[in-house]
Design a protein around this ligand. Structure first.
Ligand code: 26M
Length: 822
């Protein structure tokens, strides 16, 4: 008998089955006979959501009751497909499998049916999603605030070897995971001017008279923790016009003019900007940033007030993290809300603001540091510019006292860059308005203190700390690699899923166990066969699952050096052609990643890889020994397929350029060995897994700096290294471009003349490390041992560890658990 009360909460196969049928009919409006796979997917998604919403109510309550909550402000979130993750975290996989089977459905097929919300560019957005997963799991009251882009990151197609961008229609079939909250909405002013006046008490005040006002509407998605009741709240803002119509214009007969305002307002949350493109001139981007920050802060104030709080205790209720400088305008906006709206005096408001915010830096690339031309800033946010000037005036006054006469330093620290044109420096604003500033890996934090934030470090050394990134072992092991996870659980018990560091270390003693190694090999083999199947489906390329899977997946960027990997392929190709008896394992080199639409050089690198693939893959001389694959549309979903299938992980950025990397962690946690430079978190990964289980090469960050100081002459490498000369000449001859000598000229020319990212300097040691990798792979038992040891020693790279560090050292927030593990 169906217990109706259990319909939306029950966890038996029968209850789940009944809820699926109910949702199919009453939410999706379909009957089983004519239901498509999407209909069934939606019905199942609603069924899982029902179970999430039960926890939702509790989470909201604890948010209101908790002493302090974490608010993670991020312009990007990349949560990946929700269904499989939610089923896993709710602990309902087996019953759901049974329930769907009773309906004649294949659960895994329904899970893979789901697309993903691509509301981010790459690792910054994915990190935010891993952090929400960990915060929920650690039972911390959490809200992730961001933008509900109608169009996320574009889908990538490859045509004739070139990237083509296709708009991302993630909302086309509806989104069963979000709950629209029309009643949770805020007005966001934009443009206009400011004026001064005296209030009733005769106090001098400033009023912002905006040119227009848009409305932000909350769209909520519950993010479940693993095997706990808690969920984190992901609250994304969609912009709309304040009223659907401008009635005045309408009455005057200007129907189209009236609709125009609606269109302009909705534009704000329309599309995600790709990074790797300079965007100082984009007014819309600044509006987006302010839009989501203002809605979020207003929301925090409202919730705080609901709980009986007053503005003066805001900082005790919230720890607000700024994910890079994209939300840095929050510093000025909170000041505006406290001073102009809540009438708190400046000094007190400033104290609250600094206690509230902390700032994470994610890149040292100078071209990526956000700054806004002053005229543009004034046009969009006239009041905030005044507030920033006032923050700056008081700040520089202090600096002057600390460093009398040091006007150069003053110029560098100023929130305003005064060159030919004037700019607002968002990193400086974030640094001044925060009590803590962190980098995302030990090396990155050191370099941050020495380079881009040096003056701030000297001024406020106590504000700086490192929190090395981590990834969720739920999505990036348990969910994506069930085979390996099963072996780990058999070996060390299931605690590792939440407490990786201590538990998973127990795996070490299995590294020399022959039977365990064999089981490990079989799992990896299975994962590789699965990936091979998808490769042939999507690219037509047939790869040998016995070959060494050598994989580089990440955004395409010169500093990440996908083209260095490509040069190695050419070397290997030539060596194999010349010496058929060469004692190397068969290799499949796999690439994946999107290039920013306006980054021509990155797009050319994609073409370069595909052109090499076209030649190599049909050459019978190297058949079965070398294959090259560009896997299109790398995203979270494809990542879940790719990481578990890797033998070798390419982490080959120019030392000093990759802030952390998190893909490096995902690979190693799935049993791949890393070939990498001493960059970002690679340094810490190598220390953790042991240098003997990590293939290091290349210049160190310091050596790169020194080389450039001395004057780097890349053409000398070309002249001195015969093999390098041969491969570069081959590219130049048009060998990979059907005789076209011009196609890759921009790439080659850069390498020979400037080589900003030092590919040629690192080339010999990279080749050597690759040879070593090949040799090691031939000794299967040893390779398996290294693979097992990698996983056993990587427990510290769980995002749970990162979050505990943020909690203890920055946020000072406690778990809801009465007797927590903290
Ligand atoms: C912008 C304009 C022009 C050129 C480049 C940029 C740009 C480059 C990188 C803008 C932003 C960039 O970084 C954002 C980001 O995603 N950083 C990544 O953050 C991850 C999470 O901390 C780290 O793991 C990655 O190493 C870091 O690249």
């Amino acid at each position: 008998p169906i217990v109706r009360e259990d319909l939306r909460t029950g966890l038996t196969a029968e209850a789940i089955k009944n809820d699926i049928l109910e949702n199919l009919v009453y939410v999706q409006a379909r009957i089983p006979k004519i239901a498509t796979r999407n209909d069934w997917y939606m019905a199942l998604a609603y069924t899982v959501r029902d179970r999430l919403l039960e926890r939702w109510g509790m989470a909201i309550e604890s948010l209101q009751q908790s002493s302090r909550a974490v608010c993670y402000l991020s312009a990007e979130f990349l949560p990946g497909p929700h269904l499989g993750n939610a089923i896993l975290n709710l602990g309902m996989y087996e019953q759901t499998k049974e329930a769907t089977a009773r309906l004649g459905l294949d659960l895994d097929a329904l899970i893979s049916h789901e697309g993903e919300p691509g509301l981010g560019n790459g690792e910054l957005g994915r990190l935010a999603a891993c952090f929400l997963d960990s915060l929920a799991t650690l039972e911390i009251p959490t809200i992730g605030y961001g933008i509900r882009y109608e169009f996320g990151i574009f889908d990538q197609e490859i045509h004739d070897g070139w990237q083509r961008e296709v708009t991302d229609k993630w909302l086309a079939f509806g989104n069963p995971w979000e709950i629209v909250r029309p009643e949770i909405a805020y007005y966001v002013p934009l443009g206009g001017y400011t004026e001064t006046y005296y209030d009733r008490l005769g106090r001098f005040r400033v009023r912002w008279v905006p040119e227009r006002v848009v409305k932000g509407i909350a769209h909520d998605t519950p993010i479940p923790g693993y095997h706990v009741e808690n969920v984190a709240l992901l609250r994304l803002w969609k912009s709309e016009a304040c009223e659907s119509f401008d009635f005045q214009a309408f009455n005057e007969g200007d129907y189209y003019g009236a609709v125009e305002d609606k269109v302009a307002s909705e534009t704000i949350s329309k599309v995600l900007y790709p990074n790797d493109e300079p965007i100082p001139g984009k007014e819309l981007r600044l509006s987006q940033q302010f839009f989501f920050v203002s809605c979020s802060l207003q929301d925090m104030i409202r919730v705080h007030r609901l709980g009986g709080g007053v503005p003066a205790t805001f900082d005790r209720r919230y720890a607000v993290q700024l994910n890079d400088t994209h939300p840095a305008i929050a510093v000025a906006e909170l000041m505006r809300l406290l001073v102009d709206k809540q009438r708190i005096d400046w000094e007190r408001a400033w104290e609250i603001t600094r206690n509230t915010f902390s700032y994470t830096n994610h890149t040292l690339l100078p071209e990526a540091l956000e700054k806004w031309p002053l005229p543009l800033f004034r046009k969009v946010l006239p009041r905030h510019l005044e507030i920033i000037f006032e923050i700056n005036r008081r700040f520089l006054e202090d600096v002057r006292l600390t460093y009398p006469g040091d006007s150069e330093r003053l110029r560098r620290l100023s929130l305003i860059e005064e060159a030919d044109d004037r700019y607002v420096r968002m990193a400086n604003l974030a640094a001044v308005g925060s009590h803590a500033i962190n980098g995302v890996a030990a090396l990155h934090t050191d370099l941050l203190k020495e380079t881009v934030m040096r003056d701030f470090y000297e001024l406020y050394p106590e504000r700086f700390l490192n929190v090395t990134n981590g990834v969720s072992p739920r999505r990036w092991m348990l969910l994506c690699n069930p085979g390996m996870s099963g072996l780990i659980t058999d070996a060390v018990g299931e605690n590792w899923v939440c407490n990786s560091q201590d538990s998973i270390a127990g795996l070490e003693s299995f590294a020399d166990d022959g039977a365990f190694r064999e089981a490990w090999r079989k799992v990896k083999q299975g994962n590789k066969m699965e990936l091979a199947r998808h490769i042939s489906e999507r690219t037509g390329i047939v790869v040998n699952p016995e070959s060494l899977f050598d994989i580089q997946v990440k955004r395409i960027h010169e500093y990440k050096r996908q083209h260095l990997n490509a040069l190695h392929i050419i070397s290997l190709y030539i060596r194999l052609k010349r010496t058929p008896s060469l004692d190397v394992p068969p290799r499949t080199v796999i690439f994946g990643g999107k290039a920013a639409p306006g980054y021509a050089r990155a797009k050319l690198i994609i073409k370069f890889i595909n052109s090499i693939a076209d030649v190599v893959n049909i050459d019978p001389d190297v058949a079965d020994r070398l294959k090259v694959v560009f896997f299109p549309d790398f995203n979270v979903k494809n990542g879940q397929l790719i990481y578990p299938a890797a033998d070798l992980s390419e982490q080959i950025s120019t030392a000093g350029k990759e802030a952390s990397g998190t893909g490096n962690m995902k690979f190693s946690l799935n049993g791949a060995l890393t070939i990498g430079t001493l960059d970002g978190a690679n340094v810490e990964i190598r220390e953790a897994v042991g240098p003997e289980n990590f293939l290091v090469f290349g210049l160190t960050a310091r050596e790169v700096t020194d080389l450039k100081m001395r004057g780097y002459r890349p053409w000398e490498s070309y002249e001195q290294n015969e093999e390098l000369r041969e491969i570069i000449d081959l590219v130049r001859s048009g060998f990979f471009s059907r005789g076209d000598r011009d196609l890759f000229e921009p790439l080659v020319n850069e390498l020979l003349s400037r080589d900003e990212y030092c590919l040629l300097a690192d080339y010999p040691s990279y080749l050597e490390a690759q040879e070593k990798a090949g040799k090691a792979y031939l000794v299967q038992g040893q390779w398996l041992r290294m693979s097992i040891l990698n996983v056993a020693r990587m427990g510290g790279f769980s995002s749970d560890r990162s979050i505990r560090e943020y909690l203890d050292h920055i946020w000072k927030v406690d778990s809801l658990k009465a007797s927590g593990s903290r």
